[in-house]
Ligand binder design. Structure first.
Ligand SMILES: C[S@@+](CC[C@H](N)C(=O)[O-])C[C@H]1O[C@@H](n2cnc3c(N)ncnc32)[C@H](O)[C@@H]1O
Length: 362
């Protein structure tokens, strides 16, 4: 399929904010692109290689990959046609698109064979972090069809203690999978899967997927946690320390920080999208979910008003603190009224790249 440069089918609000906002926190638009490009360059992407960008969105990374690759070597899959059009118009520019001839498909079912070619590299950044198991399986089995024994597929997913078993695309929230589950889905499709040590701007896990032989040639600096490459130190100013630390290490830091910030006997509402696996009590501090339904995490509110109602409800239940964990940082961009109220009416007693703690009383 070839590109269409005119925005014939744009259905969403126009403007830079909307197409950037749609694919994630706006303040990470540039950093995420830089990290995707740098990772693939380190994995060996050269200008004569072909690349399939799955869920390419508004060409956040495409605007770096397309100029770098030789004409015709970039393909993007994105069901939201308006995002691609906006990306072409405002991020890449029509002139570069004319010169570099990227190809796009808007197929909604992860039909990667639609491009009728194989790829040296594939990337799916922040796509499996919203996908169901059956979507991931479909994408991986299609990937197998368009990969050669030397192809590499770099992908992110949100690692958690449990596997998402729902059958709906989760957006803008996230689905989570255990690493073993994700690797198992790849194995079912005849593909190996190796966790990478590469940082992610939003705490997701990068994996390399491919033929086991190809994975065995990955640079140890990118996949062996025992090799200290200095990458963590290098990127600390970009992401803060947490972006480069393993999930378990971050969680143990979070527990210690909560004990420091919240006194014993207090009650805190936890907004972690049910990702941290924290019980109803933490060393003498009571924990509610935010939002809570019948004692369980209730999922993202329908809108800002519902989020504010939930906050009021918590205060009536005498919650003394609200803790926003990194898996839910996107809420602060999504529910602007809630964010504004927390910032303007409540004291923030701790804020870093892992958690934000607001005092709800006083
Ligand atoms: C969080 S955004 C990430 C976009 C892009 N990879 C980036 O880094 O900016 C997730 C993207 O996946 C796209 N998506 C949703 N369903 C999809 C599907 N079935 N196949 C491919 N992409 C899909 C969304 O429209 C959205 O653009």
């Amino acid at each position: 399929m070839s590109i269409k440069l005119d925005c014939e089918e744009e259905t969403q609000e126009t403007g830079v904010r909307s197409h950037r906002w749609f694919v994630g926190p706006v303040d990470q638009y540039d950093r995420s692109a830089a990290m995707q490009f740098t990772l693939l360059a380190l994995l060996g992407l050269r200008e004569h290689h072909s690349l399939l960008d799955i869920g390419c969105g508004s060409l956040r990374a495409g605007r770096l990959f397309i100029p770098y690759l030789l004409p015709g070597y970039y393909c993007g899959l994105e069901p939201e046609r308006w995002l691609v059009e906006k990306g072409l118009e405002t991020e890449l520019g029509r002139e570069i698109a004319r010169l570099k001839q990227p190809t796009f498909s808007h197929d909604p079912n992860f039909t990667l064979t639609t491009f009728h070619r194989t790829f040296d590299f594939l990337i799916a950044q922040s796509v499996f972090s919203h996908a169901t198991m059956s979507q991931i399986r479909r994408c991986l089995s299609q990937a197998r069809e368009v990969m050669t024994p030397t192809s590499l597929f770099a992908a992110t997913f949100r690692r958690g203690d449990s596997d998402y078993t729902g059958d709906e695309w989760v957006y803008p929230g996230c689905s989570t999978y255990r690493l073993e589950t994700f690797a198992g889905m790849a194995a079912d499709c005849g593909l190996g899967c190796t966790a990478l040590t590469w940082p992610h701007s939003n705490g997701q896990t990068w994996v390399a997927i491919g033929d086991p032989q190809a994975l065995s040639r990955l640079p140890p600096a990118l996949c062996d946690p025992a090799v200290n490459t200095g990458v963590a130190e290098l990127f600390a100013p970009v992401f803060g320390d947490s972006g480069t630390l393993p999930w378990e290490t971050r969680l143990s830091m979070v527990r210690n920080e909560l004990l420091e910030a919240i006194p014993p006997g207090a009650t805190f509402a936890l907004l972690d999208e049910d990702q941290w696996g924290m019980g109803p009590e933490l060393a003498g501090r009571r924990r509610f979910h935010f939002p809570e339904r019948d004692g369980h995490y209730g999922g993202p509110p329908a809108d800002d008003r519902a989020a504010l109602d939930e906050l009021e409800r918590l205060q009536r239940r005498e919650a003394t603190h609200l803790v926003v964990g990194w898996p839910a940082y996107w809420w602060l961009h999504q529910y602007l009224g809630l964010h504004d109220q927390l910032r303007s009416r409540h004291r923030c007693v701790l804020e870093n790249e892992r958690l934000i703690v607001f005092e709800l009383r006083g």
